[in-house]
Design a binder for this molecule. Sequence first.
Ligand code: PEP
Ligand code: MN
Length: 339
Amino acid sequence: MMIVVMKSSANAKEVGVVIKKVRELGFEPHLSRGEKKSIVGVLGSEKHLDPEIFLVLPGVENVVPILQPFKQASREFKSESTVVVLDGTRIGGDNDVVIMAGPCAVESAEQTLAAAEAVAAAGAKVLRGGAFKPRTSPYSFQGLGEEGLKILKMASEKTGLAIVTEVMSPQTVDLVAAYADIMQVGARNMQNYPLLEAVGRTTKPILLKRGLMSTIEELLMAAEYILAKGNPNVILCERGIRSFEKYTRNTLDISAVPIIKKLSHLPVIVDPSHATGQRDLVAPVSKSAIAAGADGLIIEVHPEPEKALSDGAQSLHPEEFVELMAGLGQIAEAVGRGL
Ligand code: PEP
Ligand code: MN
């Protein structure tokens, strides 16, 4: 696969000729119009293509092969950072750091609304909460399903927060998409290829979490599945990986943030809650994530963590979230971002 870089003087007809040529050769053209130049991505099978075919066409400046195995997710394919746009909130690029917060699971209307009101007042832009929960034990609380989605919608309407919630199966993608502003693919499902393809066929923003034992390259290849189906709105999430360390639930790979930013144009956020598993570690890890260049955070907050049906030990009390938010602004400012 390669990209055909057009001259800044190239006209629409010349771009059209390149696109037609790409199709004739059995590849899929992907046009992106930059501020100065247009670029035509040549997507398709791995079969070899001679760059000369394009170099001789009028208006073509250069032909560059995409060497990374993740093609559309790579900075080689798209040098400009992707900005995922929600109603009123922009994630990625030079935009403000976006905070997503809320309970691990939607447990009741009262609990979810209390969490939503608290995090909205403290400056969060997106409400998190699982209606479909991937639990290690089949006997643990599995979430409220569609009832949970309705509760999220109600809380969103009352607070103005957007909704991020997990989708676990291809069969429920349409249902979750009807309520969510961002659909989350959880760590356990990062390599569930039918699910990745199903969310890739929608246009909803997707929050793709790094698998428990996945490399950064595997995460980017998972994102590629979504992009390859036509959905460009992917946000990546570092949420800690398995290691031998026992003082934390997972080991946060902070270097994943700058590494992904170098390799990919997609926004990257960090989940300090699942990364650490402990409330008292959420604040320092949140600060380090923003300092490392994260485009956002997703944080668990529960009105009464002691009574939470899941992940109470890592969920912040509302007052702790308020205090954390007050401290994050300065860190964001220090790295040239807002909050
Ligand atoms: C979650 O965010 O609720 C969750 C289950 O996280 P992860 O998939 O990262 O374990
Ligand atoms: Mn959780």
